[in-house]
Design a protein around this ligand. Structure first.
Ligand code: NAD
Length: 376
């Protein structure tokens, strides 16, 4: 397969972890006989330094010409947010990209690795049941895009945010979620507040109509308040969750803390033509930038999602995921996931990637065998 990937490293740890993800992409290309042409572009503060803009036209054009976008992270130190270089940096770059490409759904996997059980804030018996879920969040509807109004009436300030959903917005998200469930364990939970909200009543009606087209996928509805509780009480019950923009925003952040580190999380944003942007949901981590200690796994797993969802390369994507898991099983830990256990090897960004690359080189059977010998 021959594909072009637009690579946008961004700021802070973005370029550090991106160069590691690129090594993994190159290794996959060689192992599986593909050609991935990587075209680099600037965004965020690094783009502002050169072009005076957080998202130059050149970057948009490179992204448009690519078959998919691999994005790092943008943004400056929280204490410098008011400087022109950083002010509105995230909104001007990543949010503009999302709008430009009409990304309609966001995919956020949340998986607790058996090797890192102790990092999860959940009790060990809950984690032992296996936590591996995917939240599909609708991205272009809901209160975020309705009319926002603020006024004064009867001497009192008041504010309203209009929430709106169209049938087709719901359909796009729910179809995407069913397709994901088919590729995973075949279960979909649609989350709404249909006991109160009109938008949720429409959501449930449309989701149930779409469900009739996927008889092979187990389907259920769940109210959002119950879902929030179940995510903490027993997340092992979930495979894929699909929900509206605001509920997805909140639930996906709750699910993101289950694995114990932002350095392990990946995400994808897809439009209805399946064009996608892949990025770690964490930020530019300015507190550790430039030290070479960031965890590259989030960026590497974002690349694995790109291969799976934009290029349909499931075996290649799985090979990366398995190599990450095998490296964790061997005890490799970057600083933020190191707990000081005797079997752990504390490593920096490059050394973690080297372990992943070594495991990627091995044949699938030996990687699989290593997964069984998880240190307790
Ligand atoms: P952050 O997500 O950058 O960092 C939060 C914490 O997680 C930090 O302690 C950081 O060191 C740690 N962390 C994040 N990724 C890590 C990794 N790969 N390895 C190890 N540790 C990791 O959030 P913040 O510090 O609040 O924000 C920093 C900047 O990032 C801000 O300018 C913010 O606006 C921006 N931001 C950008 C995005 C994006 O690009 N999509 C998302 C969130 C925040």
């Amino acid at each position: 397969m021959k594909k072009t990937i637009a690579v946008v490293p961004g700021d802070g740890i973005g370029p550090e972890v991106m160069q590691e993800a690129v090594k993994v992409i190159d290794a996959v290309a060689e192992k599986f006989g593909h050609q991935f042409d990587l075209v680099y572009a600037l965004a965020g503060g690094s783009a502002y330094d050169k072009f005076g803009s957080h998202l130059p036209d050149e970057t948009l054009s490179i992204c448009e010409k690519g078959d998919a976008i691999l994005f790092g992270s943008v943004g400056g130190p929280v204490s410098e947010m008011q400087l022109p270089k950083w002010k509105d940096c995230e909104r001007n770059s990543i949010l503009t990209l999302r709008k430009h490409f009409s990304f309609a759904v966001n995919l956020r996997p949340s998986r607790v690795y058996p090797q890192l059980q102790s990092l999860s804030p959940l009790k060990p018996d809950l984690v032992a049941k296996g936590i591996d879920l995917l939240i599909v969040r609708e991205l272009v509807g809901d209160a975020y895009f309705g009319v926002h109004k603020r006024d004064v009436a009867d001497g009192e300030r008041y504010a309203t945010d209009e929430a709106k959903y169209t049938e087709s917005q719901v359909k796009v998200a729910v179809h995407a979620a069913f397709e994901c469930a088919r590729k995973r364990r075949g279960k979909l939970t649609s989350v709404d507040k249909a006991n109160v909200l009109t938008t949720s009543k429409l959501w449930r009606e449309v989701a149930e109509e779409v469900a009739a087209e996927y008889p092979d996928v187990e389907y259920e509805n769940m109210l959002v308040d119950n879902c929030a509780m179940q995510l903490i009480r027993d997340p092992s019950q979930f495979d894929v969750i699909v929900t509206s923009n605001m509920f997805g925003d909140i639930l996906s952040d709750a699910a993101a803390v289950l694995p114990g580190s932002l350095g392990l999380a990946a995400s994808a944003s897809l439009n209805k033509d399946n064009f996608g942007l892949y990025e770690p949901p964490g930020g530019s981590a300015q507190d550790i930038a430039g030290q070479g200690v960031a965890n590259p796994i989030a960026q590497i797993l974002s690349a694995a999602m790109l291969l799976k969802y934009s290029f349909g390369l499931e075996a290649e994507s799985k090979a990366i995921e398995d190599a990450v898991e095998a490296s964790l099983a061997e005890g490799y830990r970057t600083g933020e996931i190191y707990s000081g256990e005797a079997f752990e090897k504390r490593v920096n960004t490059k050394q973690m990637t080297e372990a992943i690359l070594r495991n990627l080189e091995k044949d699938p059977i030996s990687v699989c065998n290593e997964k069984v010998s998880v240190p307790k």
